[in-house]
Design a protein around this ligand. Structure first.
Ligand SMILES: Nc1ncnc2c1ncn2[C@@H]1O[C@H](COP(=O)(O)OP(=O)(O)OP(=O)(O)O)[C@@H](O)[C@H]1O
Length: 252
């Protein structure tokens, strides 16, 4: 039986008085590549923050590799790429190699304590995401898609078991998005990395992931892309409501 990377049981979360997540049960096994979908305000980022240990649920439990999210974070078991990676300051005075190395600070404490094997690791992940020829380039000079690869490398440099990405393709064109998904799929297949991708890109993403979760306060669906395709209409109605379902039909 595969190891449980995320184990969430009967989780409820409320901001002040507004319930945002209700009775969430979700298990993610090692090596799964999961898309977390849902309309605006459905609680995706909140669930992500709970997984990262940035928020605490009012009730229910959440475990990452059998421990609390905070402990998992401390042990650098979770790599995170935020939405903000897309609005990165283009004038930031650092090379790709330096930005990626900064992902190792959490483990090392200070930059100057980086040793030969740390730099080796930095080079290894830069090569893995296909940026070897650009490692001495200023990060601000890279395209949006290349910057995203650099941020993935930064998240991977501490050897996490779980990679969480919050809508990383917002503002990126369709062809770059596909390349990005293909890279994630490759990392998932080659490294056996467990990946959670928060996305609005319902059409494209089901070709790459092996699990789909639809959230709108409650968990409305959790299954394979094939099961998702099979029950699309009901899932859309439950998760997005009737009006969105009609719009989606028109687009099809
Ligand atoms: N810090 C906060 N304080 C109070 N309410 C919040 C806070 N953050 C989010 N919310 C509310 O919680 C609900 C869920 O927000 P969340 O950001 O988790 O949704 P989301 O699915 O990630 O949305 P989007 O797709 O638009 O990014 C929304 O109604 C939002 O207004």
């Amino acid at each position: 039986m595969n190891k449980k990377v995320i184990d969430i049981t009967d989780l409820n979360f409320v901001y002040e008085t507004q319930p945002v997540l209700e009775s969430i049960d979700l298990t993610v096994y090692q090596g799964e590549f999961l898309a977390l979908m849902g309309p605006n305000g459905s609680g995706k980022s909140t669930l992500t923050k709970l997984i990262l240990g940035l928020l605490k649920p009012q009730s229910g439990t959440i475990q990452i590799l059998g421990e609390s999210p905070k402990i998992a974070q401390k042990k650098a078991q979770i790599g995170y790429v935020s939405q903000k990676a897309n609005s990165f300051n283009r004038g930031f005075p650092a090379t790709v190699r330096e930005v990626v190395a900064s992902g190792r600070y959490g483990m090392k404490g200070l930059f100057r304590m980086m040793q030969a094997r740390d730099w080796q690791k930095v080079e290894e992940v830069i090569t893995k995401v296909g940026l070897a020829s650009l490692q001495d380039q200023n990060i601000g000079k890279l395209s949006g898609g290349q910057q995203q690869r650099a941020f993935i490398a930064r998240a991977l440099v501490s050897d996490p078991q779980l990679l969480v990405l919050d809508e990383p393709t917002v503002g990126v064109d369709a062809s770059s998005s596909h390349q990005f998904y293909a890279l994630l799929q490759e990392l998932h297949q080659k490294l056996g990395l467990t990946i959670i991708l928060v996305t609005h890109d319902i059409g494209a993403i089901t070709h790459y992931v092996d699990r789909v979760v639809c959230l709108n306060k409650k968990l409305h669906f959790h299954g394979t892309p094939a099961e998702f395709d099979h029950n699309k209409e009901t899932i859309f109605t439950n998760t997005y409501g009737h009006e969105v379902q009609m719009v989606l039909h028109q687009h099809e």
